[in-house]
Design a protein around this ligand. Sequence first.
Ligand code: ASP
Length: 450
Amino acid sequence: MKVAKFGGSSVANAEQLKKVANIIQADDERRIIVVSAPGKRSSEDMKVTDLLIELGEAFRLGEPHEEPLKNVLDRFDAILDELQLSKAVLDDIKKQVVKIFSDGNDLASKLDAIKAIGEDSLAKILSEYLQSLGLNASYVNPKEAGLILSDQPGSAQILDESFELIHTLRDRKDIVVIPGFFGYTKEGKLVTFSRGGSDITGSIVAAGVKADLYENFTDVDSVYCVNPKIVNHPREIISLTYKEMRELSYAGFSVFHAEALIPAFKEEIPVCIKNTNNPTAKGTMIVSKKQDVNQAVIGIASDAGFVSLYVSKYLMNREIGFGRRLLNILEDEGISFEHTPSGIDDLSVIIRADQLTKEKEAIVINRINKELKPDTVYIDRGLALIMIVGEGMHSFVGTAAKATKAFEQANVNLEMINQGSSEVSMMFGIKEEGVNRAVQSLYQVFFENK
Ligand code: ASP
């Protein structure tokens, strides 16, 4: 059996939902369907989840909420009209909103419950639509499906006990439509995953039912080896490993939610990224092991918005506990870090800019000066990371040489180089302004054999 997840653009309007229904009908094995909330219909449009966040914000600020609510209802109304379905879902939404606003839950939980309305309503609509086409389909709420999550509103995690419950979905004879993005705590409170979390639901369900394949339908034919906004018509990736996908999505490949890989990876469920608008295209397979590795590099990813915290102290290498105390300061301030490249007498900590606000920066620098007495400490903003990724890297010689040549050709200065011991990726830190040039040059070197 296959679990198929349809993302926001695949369910953005009635026309897209018709394509989704065709895809479901085209393969009897597509028995469990997971859906996002309607996404953007055009580049200027808003996602229903963002409209719902506006509704939640209006409530939080005590502002009138009629208009944001109407914006949400209008999106579903248009879909129902065109699919000629009853409008019961709209009344449902209104009732849910009234209930959420007046229940005794804390604010974060209320906002999660509001956000989940997008997926929940769309799943109801899709299952009704499939029924209207004569299919035996049912809406299944995540509670009924067995998605039990940790009590972390906005960034919940799946609890292990869920998988056994989800497994029983295998016995169902009908087509099951489950809303993505949310589940329930043990106490029965609704909580959502982080943004884009329908991918996570899909992967969890695929792992739970031990699906033969998890299909992730989106709006591109495949995963490309480099961002098509930076390089025109880059090569498609036919197949890559979970590890490679993880490395690529870490640095900006947004096709698939990074967290969503974990459940599929643990159960070794192959994942296929496919296009709702071109479902016969092969797509990209994500698998646990590749048959033959015939290239060192499979993809190049880049992401801006990093900050480097540089600390140096003569004889740092002999001072026991220096690194730990430095990282402790970050931990105390609730800052997570990404990498820690180091030298004999210096250490940089690479942090995402959103983690290190200006206020936090002042506190951290102060504490480092006071507690660690370094020779130098400073913050460098505007850093970008470029990763070249490929499991083939450890059996090919000269990958780093080729990469550094590419940076040289692009006239981009390297601030930092890092290769993990697993040899699946090599990371380069550069100034943000050089990113596009560097990525284009790397693409030429690794994919155009120039
Ligand atoms: N609708 C949610 C979001 O926009 C989840 C998803 O689409 O995967 O983040």
